[in-house]
Ligand binder design. Structure first.
Ligand code: K7E
Ligand code: CUA
Ligand code: CA
Length: 650
């Protein structure tokens, strides 16, 4: 069925034979075609007319850019939190300005904060027995905050590490990572999403679990067995406790698990599956016309675990339940429900009213709309087939990847190959699917070009009950001609689109360092960061300059220091070559923003302490001589004079 008609002049004309499911040969060719369509923008003549006005100044093409400008000294209306991709970090920027405000190191090292250098951060990241970092790289794709009552509560953000299979939690009061947990027997941990309430206790209306996907199937355990026998590989869905950050349980599934979405009632969590074929080559992963969106029944899984119906894998103590199709054929007892969706789906997102899951087609030009109530009905035995939970499947364009929602019944889907955002109406799509021909023309209501090849797209507050329908951000994988050339590595382009009216308006371009995949947009009143640390939260705090001292215990030396502009607690301290030295430094300044640094030349040590914060480092004093420990963070007119001598005797 064709459910897509041109709605206005912006619409790419229907191209029969092209806008169909993509087979193996077609995806290779079409990806090239799509990219060269985008590349056409490299020619000046082809550049979009609004390219010159992307700075946000003036008014052109009927858009009053000044309306979106954030003037010097003004604050943005929204926080955007984004993943940092293979930088391993989380980023914060303001909207609508697009100004980057901070980078929060998580899985990466950071020379300013000393993340990966201080003892406190190393304890969170994890070390080898010799004190070196177990991992110092990460690949963050998705950031999602904790919820209360279906909206963000400003407590935490959870983020994945695809490379080393870890989930991290960031406190939103201090914007610091406080826990990192590794998932056992998982490779390619991609999608992550917290639950929005507890399905077992309706009184618990906040996030209690964090759900984690698993893209790559592997032998279980992956200890050298079944190396080249992919028929034995499988994937595990993981549930992590949001408070303790321990892995609560895992669920063995057929196929793989990509992105994750959770229901507003806490009952279901789902994941798109692009490799139901369990192929090991991309051609094999595109072999069937339909893959799945898998739904897990959280309460049933936890009941099965409580009843002891679980097993363990290898050295892991985490209980695992069997969520494969063969073990879950009877809806009355099933833990999982596999809803067939077209070929190699990508992002799955929940509408703010909690009614629908939108699963983007990727290799199919469709978005599949699955009704929450109907999936629950299947689990209750009231629906013949899982596929009956599908209520719409509109054709929206080529390469649909991710969707955001407004509060007026519209969905905004990124089209990677078309380099467009398509705005479409949920009700019309549902009516058309039911056979209402008049509704066909009312599905797609607007399209807008983006520059270029969008991946994630998301709306302001769009993953909450408080979706406000004001902004959509398109995170584009290619920027090409949109910014001053900076060498072969291009920035990506994060584009701000005003979605408050009938027509989408492109109002701002922001270059971003590669490669943030996903972001979320949060109203600024929800985030309440502290401006200063609480000295009593640091057990090691050195609370007075007169407490500065050196204590020796055999070859272990502890140096207690304070910093208070423009002095460090000790003007000099002495250690012996070969000592294991621990420096504990407290910033006693109470003035907001008055951060000090501590750097030791040739010892590769650099970190900061912000007001009332304590951090420590441990190293072997293996080089004799005089070392000027200096403040590495500009703090005071006498910042350069703010030093201490470390005297290492031979
Ligand atoms: Cu969220 Cu890029 Cu990891 Cu889609 S993925 S684009
Ligand atoms: Cu203290 Cu610079
Ligand atoms: Ca597939």
């Amino acid at each position: 069925m064709t459910t897509h008609k041109d709605a206005d002049a912006n619409v790419v004309p229907e191209q029969p034979g092209r806008r169909k499911f993509l087979n193996t040969a077609a995806i290779t060719g079409l990806a090239g075609a799509g990219l060269s369509m985008g590349l056409a923008g490299c020619n000046k003549e082809d550049a979009a007319p609004d390219a010159a006005t992307a700075t946000g100044a003036g008014s052109e093409g009927g858009i009053d850019y000044a309306k979106y400008a954030v003037h010097p000294g003004q604050l943005d209306e929204y926080y955007a939190f984004s993943s940092g991709g293979h930088s391993g970090e989380v980023r914060i920027y303001g909207l609508p300005s697009g100004r980057e405000l901070r980078r929060i190191p998580v899985f990466n090292m950071d020379c300013m904060l000393g993340w990966g250098i201080t003892n406190e951060s190393k304890a969170i990241i994890g070390t080898n027995p010799d004190g070196s970092l177990k991992y110092n790289t990460g690949d963050t794709h998705h950031v999602h905050p904790s919820y209360t009552d279906g909206t963000y509560d400003g407590r935490y953000i959870f983020v994945n590490d695809k490379i080393n299979t870890r989930v991290a939690r960031v406190r939103l009061d201090t914007m610091e990572c406080d826990k990192i947990t590794q998932l056992p027997n998982v490779q390619g941990f991609h999608g992550i999403f917290p639950d929005k309430r507890d399905p077992l206790d309706p009184a618990i209306n906040h996030t209690t679990r964090v759900f984690c996907g698993n893209e790559f199937h592997i032998p279980q355990p992956n200890d050298g067995r079944d190396l080249d026998d992919p028929s034995k590989y499988f994937c595990l869905f993981s549930c992590v406790d949001a408070e303790t950050m321990q892995v609560r349980w895992q669920c063995k599934v057929d196929g793989n698990l990509d992105l994750i979405a959770t229901s507003y009632d806490g009952k279901l969590v789902c994941s798109n599956q692009y490799n139901t074929e369990r192929g090991v080559h991309y051609v094999d992963m595109m072999a069937v016309e339909r893959d799945s969106c898998i739904f897990l029944n959280v309460a049933r899984i936890e009941a099965a675990i409580a009843a002891g119906k679980s097993f363990t894998i290898g050295d892991s103590k985490v209980p695992v339940v069997d969520g494969t199709k063969a073990a879950n054929a009877d809806p009355a007892t099933a833990l999982t429900c596999y809803v067939p969706v077209p070929k190699n789906p990508h992002g799955v997102n929940v509408s703010p009213d909690g009614k629908y899951y939108a699963c983007a087609g990727k290799l199919s030009p469709t978005v599949t709309l699955i009704a929450h109530e109907l999936v629950l009905k299947w689990f209750d035995g009231g629906l013949a087939e899982p596929r009956d939970a599908v209520v719409a499947e509109p054709e929206v364009g080529l390469g649909p990847l991710h969707s955001g929602f407004d509060n007026r019944g519209y969905c905004y889907t990124t089209l990677f190959l078309d380099s467009q955002i398509v705005k479409w109406n949920l009700d019309a799509a549902i009516k058309a699917y039911q056979g209402d021909k008049a509704a066909l023309d009312k599905i797609v209501v607007d399209r807008i070009d983006v520059h270029y090849q969008p991946g994630h797209g998301f709306t302001s507050m769009g993953e909450t009950r408080e979706a406000d329908g004001r902004y959509f951000v398109s995170d584009n994988k290619f920027s090409k001609d949109r910014f001053l050339p900076v060498g072969p590595v291009h920035p990506e382009n994060s584009q701000l689109i005003d979605i408050s009216g009938d027509k989408m308006l492109l109002v701002h371009d922001s270059p971003v360092h590669s490669e943030p995949h996903d972001s979320i947009i949060i109203r600024r009143d929800i985030i309440k960061p502290r401006q200063i640390y609480n000295i009593d939260e640091f057990p090691l705090a050195v609370k007075s300059p007169t407490d500065s001292r050196v204590e020796r215990n055999g070859r272990k030396v502890t140096v207690y220091l304070t910093s208070q502009a423009p002095t460090i607690g000790l003007a000099e301290f002495s250690v012996k070559r070969g000592d294991e030295v621990t420096i504990i430094l407290t910033n006693l300044d109470k003035v907001e923003d008055l951060t000090h640094g501590f750097a030791i030349p040739n010892y590769n040590i650099n970190f900061i302490v912000s007001p009332q914060q304590t951090q420590s480092v441990t190293f072997i004093a293996d080089k004799p001589g005089v070392y000027w420990c200096y403040c590495s963070h500009f703090c005071h007119a006498l910042h350069l004079e703010m030093r201490s001598r470390m005297l290492v005797s031979a």
